[in-house]
Ligand binder design. Structure first.
Ligand code: ATP
Length: 255
């Protein structure tokens, strides 16, 4: 990044730990993610990547350590409170209302973000701010032409784009994406990369991804997680050249 970095990182993980019974799954992670960075977490199956996301988003309670979002301690807060503070997560499993239209799905998230209580929702078509914001988001995620289709009949890649739309509709400034390219064709992957690049232009992005082409194309910085520890956190070029990363994980994949 060419701009000076904000001294308060968007995310700061300090001594983060998670055990399940006697099994230490996350073993003391220290990691700063500056605001505006696109950061990828890679690592072998079972390394603890999803667990790490669960800890950051509040879906799991850490066994030790802390999570700070823009300097505020959010450790152990419930997911909905963390989301209210601007951190939004999209899941590997789909999180949409399939019978509602694309428009209605985004509008729900928009209404929530604008602070409307459920009692307002029956006059929802009159809420100009919600309408305008919904339209903006559908344009941003390239689904404006699908606005009137039930979410359940969209193509898989479009459903994933809509999930990203729901995340940004909630006014998120920090996005956690868990394997956004999973199950996509080559063409769909290319579109998703462009979409993620666009929506992360003015947001902080943390993503788990197995597609190394995508990771090395999108990320400003990459952290490599092996057995619950970050063994390296650096630029794509340095990660590629890092001997211990090669040995532990990448092998010949990106050599
Ligand atoms: N709720 C749980 N209870 C017990 N063990 C768990 C729980 N959740 C995860 N684990 C274990 O923690 C380890 C890390 O799992 P996790 O899903 O975080 O890895 P991952 O790096 O995301 O893997 P993958 O790339 O395959 O998705 C695994 O051994 C898993 O079995």
């Amino acid at each position: 990044m060419t701009q000076p970095k904000n001294p308060v990182p968007a995310l700061r993980l300090s001594g983060l730990e998670k055990s399940f019974g006697p099994m230490k799954i996350i073993r003391g992670i220290d990691l700063d993610i500056p605001a505006g960075e696109r950061h990828a977490v890679i690592g072998p199956n079972g390394a603890g990547k999803s667990t790490l996301f669960h800890l950051i988003s509040g879906h799991y309670q850490p066994s030790g350590g802390s999570v700070r979002l823009h300097g505020d301690d959010i450790t152990g807060m419930p997911p909905q409170l963390i989301a209210r503070r601007g951190l939004s997560r999209s899941f590997q499993v789909t999180n949409l209302f399939p019978q509602l239209t694309v428009w209605e799905n985004v509008r729900c998230a928009t209404l929530w973000a604008l602070g409307y209580k459920y009692s307002f929702w029956r006059n929802v078509e009159r809420l100009a701010d919600a309408r305008q914001r919904t339209e903006e988001i559908l344009r941003e995620i390239n689904l404006i032409e699908r606005w009137n289709m039930p979410a359940g009949v969209l193509a898989y890649a479009e459903q994933r784009a809509l999930e990203i739309g729901l995340a940004i509709a909630s006014n998120a400034n920090t996005l956690l994406l868990d394997e956004p390219m999973a199950g996509m064709s080559h063409g769909e992957t290319e579109h998703m990369v462009e979409l993620i690049r666009k929506v992360s232009e003015n947001r902080t992005l943390l993503m788990i991804e197995h597609d190394m082409g995508v990771v090395f194309d999108l990320a400003d910085r990459i952290s490599v997680l092996v057995y619950g520890e970050v063994i390296a956190s650096d630029t794509p070029e340095r990660i590629k050249a890092n001997a211990s990363v090669q040995q532990a994980y990448l092998g010949t994949e990106v050599a």
